[in-house]
Design a protein around this ligand. Structure first.
Ligand code: THU
Length: 157
């Protein structure tokens, strides 16, 4: 038996002002996307924005439903919307931000496992690592590739 250790690397910025321009633009787009959140059950609003290889940004926001599992997370709304509209363009980056009562959360809200699994699928489809920006009203964390958020993600290859 051997014990093994995996480490995760990410960057942390004190505020959105510190982000490189492209990341800051995507973060701002995710904040704008919050306006499309429909969260009458949780009152937890999530906004996401993806940037595609052609430079286009596509927004998504969480959508809830009285039949709970029928709703969808902001990240998947953004990714599926982008993939359906621009199927040939690689998904290069995603920014995620959450708010409650109109105020950005004080700490990053990480994508759930199902959303990470969907990101992994697009990494496989297009052969690139996705740049993941997890924002908040305070610090912002940036990860390169889904494996740096979920190291043992399912794969069938
Ligand atoms: N939610 C997201 O939009 N993204 C995630 O990664 C996790 C959770 C949403 C789903 C639901 O509308 C609300 O946050 C509370 O769970």
């Amino acid at each position: 038996m051997v014990e093994k250790i995996k480490t995760i690397k990410f960057s942390e910025y004190e505020s959105a002002d510190e982000l490189p321009q492209a990341d800051r633009e995507l973060f701002c787009e995710a904040v704008e996307a919050l306006k499309g959140s429909y969260a009458p059950y949780s009152s937890f609003n999530v906004g996401a924005a993806v940037r595609l290889s052609g430079g286009i940004m596509v927004r998504g926001a969480n959508q809830e439903n009285s039949a709970y599992p029928s709703g969808l997370c902001a990240e998947r709304v953004a990714m599926f919307s982008a993939a359906a509209r621009y199927p040939e363009q690689a998904l290069e980056a995603i920014a995620i931000v959450a708010s409650q009562n109109g105020k950005l959360q004080p700490a990053p809200s990480y994508p759930c496992g199902a959303c990470l699994q969907v990101m992994a699928q697009y990494e496989t489809k297009f052969g690139n690592k996705i740049h993941i920006i997890v924002g908040s009203g305070g610090s912002i964390q940036v990860f390169d590739g889904v494996a740096s958020m979920m190291p043992f993600i399912f794969t069938d290859i």
